[in-house]
Design a protein. Sequence first.
Length: 386
Amino acid sequence: MSDFVTRIRDLLNDDAAAGLRIITRYDSAQLTVTPPAGTLRANGQDVQGEFGMPNGTTAVTVDSWSSQMSRFELEAEAVADAIGYPLIRFIGPDGERWTSSARLSHRQADATWRAARNVLEAAGVPFGDIQAATVADPSALLRWFPLSILGGWWHSHVVPAPKKAVDQAKARKIWARDQDTVDAFAGYARMRPDARSARLVTSEIIALNARRRSRMAAKVDDLFGAVTGKEGEQKGPSAVGLGSLPPVLESKAPVDVTFGAIEGRWFFSFAGLREFAFDDDVRDDARVLAVALAVLLHLKAQQRTRLRAGTELIVDVNSSRTEVLRHDGAAEPIELPPMSDLIDVVKRLGARVGWGGPVDISFTEDSILARLVRNLTKDGAAEDEA
């Protein structure tokens, strides 16, 4: 294992080393795979989700950058205790685990984070430092949100929200009697220019030489197949609460693809990592840690390649390879250590940079986040109207 750490450290000090790439070939349990919803058909309309390859064939995305990163993040949650990862777990008033810092949606996470600010700060989580972190000052991210270094982050500088009448009206309607919540959302996150391209890991799975196949079915339910809703209305069973039936019209059918090959490409940018200005006393450990953590999460995700119904992938280990891409020459093969060794390295280096393991944050019924969740539910809205 020390050989791998030494090799990565040397590569990170070599500006000609661009990054680490893992190319994986997959097979499918079926003769087809199902792309993400909306890739080829949405709302009964065809979508041109295919794209051409240099050799003239057609390809389709099987799993996109964002989807792949979400899978890696969930693997971090799964191994958090084993590696001492600083996972922040949100615990509701009834003791139920709401979510964790690895599961927060990249679109809504900043709002969730700000709503939890008071509780987080009371528990010792440095909210302000995390919000203010940049590539030039990533210490808080390294300590509390290492995943954001790998996949880009949603928390940035909070600036005053525009004083738009429509926004104020919406806020009053939803949180009319909850000024604390209104105050928590007084700003919005605006990504700094130097953080927009901070993602270090890119990963995608593509079906090559792909052709469409509509997934049709002709079975009609014996009891409810003829249900059309109330008299004079044309509604299917799902519209009246009886479930849905398989499509019999091609325009409504899901679209799968046949394929010649399925290939995944995972890349870690050494060039991008060099831009992060970690403190001198942890610089080498932090950089090797970022690489080791990223590789570990990728390998863990390779054990869960059931991406969705209709897309059960099998890793072809004999056709996969790991290599260092260089600016000054051909790619160099590199051997990855066993997963157990990677876990040990991540745990050891994480402890050196200040990781303290998972942290449980409890929210009471009167916390802003609890009130927000309650107010945005149907029951909460009904209470406000009463």
